[in-house]
Structures are given as structure tokens and as C-alpha cells.
Design a protein around this ligand. Structure first.
Ligand code: URA
Length: 232
């Protein structure tokens, strides 16, 4: 993850030949810049995206990267796997080694997958407190009824975590298909919610996360998010 922050003096001691205690003098000599501005205190915070210059030489210059992928079935949501192809194998970007996944999908789930090098952003995507709606298209084995709508809205108790799921919105489209909107991402959440009714999920596709939607991105393809998309 890339959301860690360091104090400026610690960062300087890790990235240059100077020590933590040298940093105060370097600041007084106006030799350190943070994001183009002269540093003013050893206590200033440096995160993964702070551009740090010492004597005009960059010690760190990382650009945030936000990618959406339309995941096909049969890919593991991981950055490496000994047995299967991973979603990272579908990405051909010079900085793909920096990426991590913001919200996993199961092996046979398809659809919108977000990848980034920005740990603060991915945490906000995944935290239930952010209330970011994840929309899924679901095909199930047994007919759907209004009882599902009411129960999902009330919440389903998950014994393992000892939690009740947050209110979820189910829109029944046909007898066997529906759109489900949830704000969390517990392990196998959608399958376990339908499992409450002993109804197997046969197909699962994530179409949106908040205001970010797949639109017409073909399966197996990826693209960079626009600024409007990655602004939460
Ligand atoms: N819920 C599931 O059960 N599986 C997924 O892949 C995503 C949400």
C-alpha cells in the first residue's frame, strides 16, 4: 500500500546520505522543496505522492495511477497467483507493478475492477463508511420474490463475522435476474446474501462502483480513469 506518511526528516535520512538531524540545516539552507515549495519544518508530512527535491534533484516523484478493467471469468483478483492468470496479466502498462486492487471479485465474477497505486483512494473505495454503492447484475438459480427485496433491505446476518449487512437495494428484473446495490464488500457478500434463501448465484457481474461505470469497455480491456471518475 502507498498511503503511509513519513516525517520529512525521516524521509530525508532514508532517501539521501543525510541524517535526520541534518534535515533542519538543509531546510534552513533552503535546499529541500516539497511539491515545488521550500520545506519549512522537519515535521512536514511526506506521502507517496509528495514530490521531494533536494538540491534540485528529485528524491521521489510518484504519479497516482487509477485504472478500470472489465474482468472476464477465470482470472484471479490478485497481483500474482501460482496457478491461474491474474487480472494484472490483462494490463499492459509500464507502471503496472505499482498497482493493487481496490475491491476484489471472485474468480468467476465479471465486470468492473479498479486498480490503483493510491492506498488512500482504494481504502475509501472499500470502506463501508464511505457508503459507496457497488452495483451488481445477478443471475440466480431459483425464482426471485419480493421477500428478497424486503430481507436485503433489512439486512442479512453473517454468522462468521457476526454482523448484519447494511441495507441493500434489490431491483428484480426478470424471474431469475436482478440488480443489487450494496455499500460493503464482505467476503462472497452477494453469494452469501442469496445463500440466505438457498438460491445459488449462477452469474455475477459488477457494473458500477459509485459513479464509475464500465460503459462500453469490452471484456478483458482496461483504461485509465478520467479525473472526474477518480474524484470521489
Ligand atoms: N460478492 C460475491 O459474492 N462475489 C463477488 O465477486 C463480489 C461480490
Amino acid at each position: 500500500m502507498t498511503s503511509k506518511t513519513h516525517r520529512l526528516d525521516r524521509f530525508i535520512s532514508q532517501k539521501s546520505q543525510f541524517s535526520m538531524s541534518d534535515t533542519r540545516l538543509l531546510i534552513a539552507q533552503k535546499r529541500i522543496k516539497l511539491n515545488g515549495e521550500l520545506a519549512s519544518s522537519i515535521q512536514q508530512k511526506v506521502d507517496y505522492f509528495t514530490h521531494v527535491e533536494l538540491d534540485g534533484v528529485s528524491l521521489q516523484k510518484n504519479q497516482p495511477l487509477y485504472i478500470m478493467l472489465n474482468k472476464p471469468k477465470g482470472y484471479v483478483s490478485a497481483t500474482s497467483d501460482p496457478n491461474h492468470e491474474t487480472v494484472l496479466d490483462l494490463i499492459d502498462h509500464p507502471r503496472k507493478h505499482e498497482l493493487h486492487i481496490a475491491g476484489r471479485l471472485d474468480f468467476n465474477t465479471t465486470g468492473l475492477m479498479l486498480l490503483t497505486n493510491d492506498g488512500t483512494w482504494s481504502r475509501r473505495i472499500c470502506l463501508p463508511e464511505s457508503k459507496l454503492v457497488k452495483t451488481y447484475e445477478v443471475k440466480v438459480d431459483k425464482p426471485l420474490t419480493q421477500e428478497y427485496v424486503q430481507q436485503f433491505n433489512k439486512g442479512i446476518y453473517f454468522h462468521y463475522e457476526k454482523i448484519t449487512t447494511q441495507p441493500a437495494h434489490l431491483e428484480i428484473c426478470t424471474e431469475f435476474t436482478a440488480k443489487l446495490s450494496i455499500v460493503e464488500g464482505k467476503y462472497h457478500q452477494v453469494k452469501r446474501m442469496f445463500g440466505f434463501f438457498d438460491n445459488e448465484v449462477l452469474e455475477l457481474h459488477r457494473s458500477a462502483v459509485g459513479h464509475i461505470t464500465l460503459h462500453n469497455l469490452p471484456e478483458g480491456h482496461y483504461r485509465l480513469l478520467t479525473e472526474q471518475e477518480f474524484t470521489l
